[in-house]
Design a binder for this molecule. Structure first.
Ligand code: FES
Length: 230
């Protein structure tokens, strides 16, 4: 785990304010929590600040602390603990977080890091020349069964090869990242066995068919098709 500190003062903006839309969203989000538990909104508010400005600034941390009546150190603890929060400016088109924990390391995370070094910057957390891409190594992202993997924004891209990661980076650089399906980059559902089911394969009754339909519906929902409700 790398040391996580706030960015240098020379890149910190003097102030932070949520846009009107985000301020209304933040107010509604805080109200979701029971009386006296409003501080539970700290993570969603920090994430919204990051989505607005691209990274979490010192001013944003101070603003969130004030909005939630929290001691500044408590918000600093949250922002500096989770690697999902970027504490300095990152690539404007993609920040690639490569999992380097043991399962991913054993399945080729080192090769993915080499791709990032070659295509983006030899140094982690330093953007490429255009400022569009950056990368870093992070700890386990909870997709170990589909190792190796990377996170880009809120999406995981799994079962990667160096070649597939190069394609993904190029697609984000071209501004077409939303065309790439998150999740496994090979032919399998989530963490189901590659090539199809290996158990319950003789289940050809109605219950088996219904279960398969449900699996497909959940898969489509996870891929963003909101027509198939949860
Ligand atoms: S070790 Fe990489 S996702 Fe868990």
């Amino acid at each position: 785990m790398s040391v996580r500190r706030l960015a240098d003062e020379n890149v910190q903006p003097a102030a932070f304010a949520f846009s009107d839309e985000n301020a209304a969203w933040a107010e509604a989000t805080i109200k979701k929590y029971p009386e006296g538990r409003q501080q539970s909104a700290v993570i969603p508010l920090l994430m919204r600040a990051q989505e607005q400005d691209g990274w979490v600034t010192r001013a944003a941390i101070e603003k969130v602390a004030a909005m939630l009546s929290m001691p500044l150190i408590r918000v600093l603890e949250v922002a500096t603990f989770y690697t999902q929060f970027q504490l300095k400016p990152v690539g404007t088109k993609a920040h690639i977080q490569v999992c380097g924990t043991t399962p991913c390391m054993l399945r080729g995370a080192g090769d993915l890091i080499n791709v990032c070094k070659k295509k983006i910057n030899a140094a982690a957390l330093e953007p490429n020349a255009e400022g569009t891409l950056s990368w870093e190594e992070v700890e386990c992202q909870g997709a170990c069964a589909n190792a190796p993997m990377v996170m880009i924004f809120k999406d995981a891209y799994e079962d990667l090869t160096p070649e597939r990661l190069e394609e993904i980076i190029d697609t984000f650089e071209a501004g077409r990242g939303d065309e790439i399906k998150p999740g496994p980059q090979i032919d399998r559902w989530f963490s189901a066995p590659e090539g199809g089911f290996t158990s319950l394969t003789d289940d050809d009754d109605d219950a088996g068919a219904a279960r398969e339909d449900e699996n497909r519906r959940q898969c489509r929902y996870a891929r963003g098709d909101r027509r198939c409700k949860r």
